[in-house]
Ligand binder design. Structure first.
Ligand SMILES: [Zn+2]
Length: 174
């Protein structure tokens, strides 16, 4: 187990995007992933896909990063579409050499897919929510509903929280 090393390395950049877009400022509502993407001048196209197992994919733009576009399967439920948008955003920002990547259900075995899913968890669930969910007295399922994400993202977000906490403690004891 453990978080993918490249996901950890990308965290300062993910945090940079979150700060730049002020996406985690108001935690009363689900994170506005569409706005994050639009603020980065990336287009989103939601359309029905012929292939049902495919949730989304993205296309790199030109050499200056213009014309980047995320495609999302309209046939998926809203929380899956939200996850797919954040997942594809991570591919665009971190995996540009490997594009296009096609994100299928259950492709967690591939390292880039795994990284993008952890990144989606980080984009869509502010750390404040993880810290406050005990105080609110809500369980994982309720947090998933509140943030409008699939339950597996809440599990991943907890994993990130615990691992970073442990890492911080390690650094402090050095
Ligand atoms: Zn993917």
């Amino acid at each position: 187990m453990g978080l993918p090393a490249n996901f950890i390395k990308s965290l300062p950049r993910i945090n940079g995007v979150i700060r730049y877009t002020e996406a985690h400022r108001d935690i009363r509502y689900p994170v506005d992933i569409d706005r994050i993407i639009r603020d980065l001048i990336i287009d989103i196209e939601v359309k029905p896909f012929a292939e049902d197992v495919l949730e989304g994919y993205c296309m790199p733009g030109n050499i200056r990063g213009l014309g980047r576009r995320i495609f999302i399967n309209e046939n998926k439920p809203v929380e899956v579409r939200r996850k797919a948008k954040a997942h594809e955003l991570h591919h665009l920002l971190e995996h540009s050499k490997h594009l296009p990547l096609f994100s299928h259900i259950g492709h967690e075995d591939k390292i880039l897919e795994k990284e993008a899913n952890y990144a989606a968890a980080f984009y869509l669930i502010p750390s404040k929510c993880i810290k406050l969910s005990n105080e609110w007295g809500i369980n994982h399922q309720e947090l998933a509903e509140r943030m409008d994400v699939p339950l597996d993202l809440v599990m991943k977000r907890y994993e990130i929280y615990l691992e970073l906490k442990e890492h911080k403690n390690e650094l402090e004891t050095l």
